[in-house]
Design a protein around this ligand. Structure first.
Ligand code: COA
Length: 260
């Protein structure tokens, strides 16, 4: 039996990553962060995977955040520095050219929500509860939460959530732009996988450039972002797939993408 705490499988261009510690609501320990770091680093080079779905195993949680049991012993400085390095799996996600979809059921708290925030699209089940609860443990989010949350929901709502540690239910999360879709619990995985398959069927280079334009552009001044978009859009006008897309339209058939 595998002693891994993250499951990875891939089929027809869609990878599925499952946090697999359901007994502790998929709390993230050092081993889980290390495995996620390795998976996303590898994924960056894997052209066979077009779209990634991440979710939590069991039926109660996406992830209840950092494993609080690891907080009981104060770490040595070097251990602490090493474990901070592993938090970087979320930066690896930004460097993945593939779109990453979070399928969230139950709790997404602390580092669990930060993991979902580092994804590109969030689909939540009706039972989802999302929050950055670190303040209750005398710490603040350290996996990008203070930066990614206000970029999604605005400064006031982000501060309200971070300063109170409140949990936001799915319907409210949809209203404030924290998740993109809410579906019944039983439809969560079909909805996330269906979305992944729809996206995976698009022209591969256009998919990569679309994510690059949005993700890299968000970190740039507007004029530089528009220049980046212009460069990428211009390059896409030189692909074989662009000609195939136009031909398929004129011939009233489905396009066959070559990825060139
Ligand atoms: N780290 C370690 N273990 C965790 C955990 C975490 N972040 N979150 C839950 N667990 C464990 C519990 O200790 C419990 O284990 P046990 O059965 O061995 O006691 C198991 O998961 C089930 O959780 P439990 O607390 O019994 O479920 P609940 O329904 O009563 O409460 C939560 C669910 C999510 C509200 C509660 O577990 C919680 O507040 N967790 C911490 C969330 C958090 O603050 N995360 C941010 C960390 S920085």
């Amino acid at each position: 039996m595998s002693d891994k705490v993250v499951r990875y499988e891939a089929q027809d261009g869609v990878a599925l990553i499952t946090l697999d510690r359901p007994d502790v609501l998929n709390a993230m320990n050092t081993q889980m962060r290390t495995e996620l770091f390795e998976i996303f680093t590898r994924l960056r080079m894997d052209e066979s995977v077009k779209v990634v779905v991440v979710t939590g195993g069991g039926d109660r949680a996406f992830s209840a955040g950092a494993d609080i049991r690891e907080f009981l012993e104060p770490p040595t400085p070097t251990h602490f520095r090493e474990s901070r390095r592993r938090l970087d799996f979320r930066s690896e996600m930004d460097r993945c050219s593939q779109p990453i979809i979070a399928a969230i059921r139950g709790f997404a708290l602390g580092g669990g929500l930060e993991f979902a925030l580092a994804c590109d699209i969030r689909v939540a089940a009706e039972d989802a509860q999302l929050g950055l609860t670190e303040i209750n443990l005398a710490i603040i989010p350290g996996g990008g939460g203070t930066q990614r949350l206000p970029r999604l929901v605005g400064r006031g709502k982000a501060l309200e959530m971070i300063l109170t540690g409140m949990r936001v239910p799915a319907a409210e999360a949809l209203r404030i732009g924290l998740v993109e879709r809410v579906v019944p619990v039983s439809e969560l995985m079909p909805a996330a996988q269906g979305l992944a398959r729809d996206i995976a069927a698009k022209a591969p280079i256009a998919l990569r450039y679309a994510k690059e334009a949005v993700v890299s552009g968000l970190g740039l001044p507007l004029q530089d972002g528009i220049r980046l978009e212009n460069d990428l859009a211009t390059l896409l006008r030189t692909t074989e797939d662009r000609v195939e897309g136009a031909r398929a339209f004129v011939e009233k058939r489905k396009p066959k993408w070559s990825g060139r």
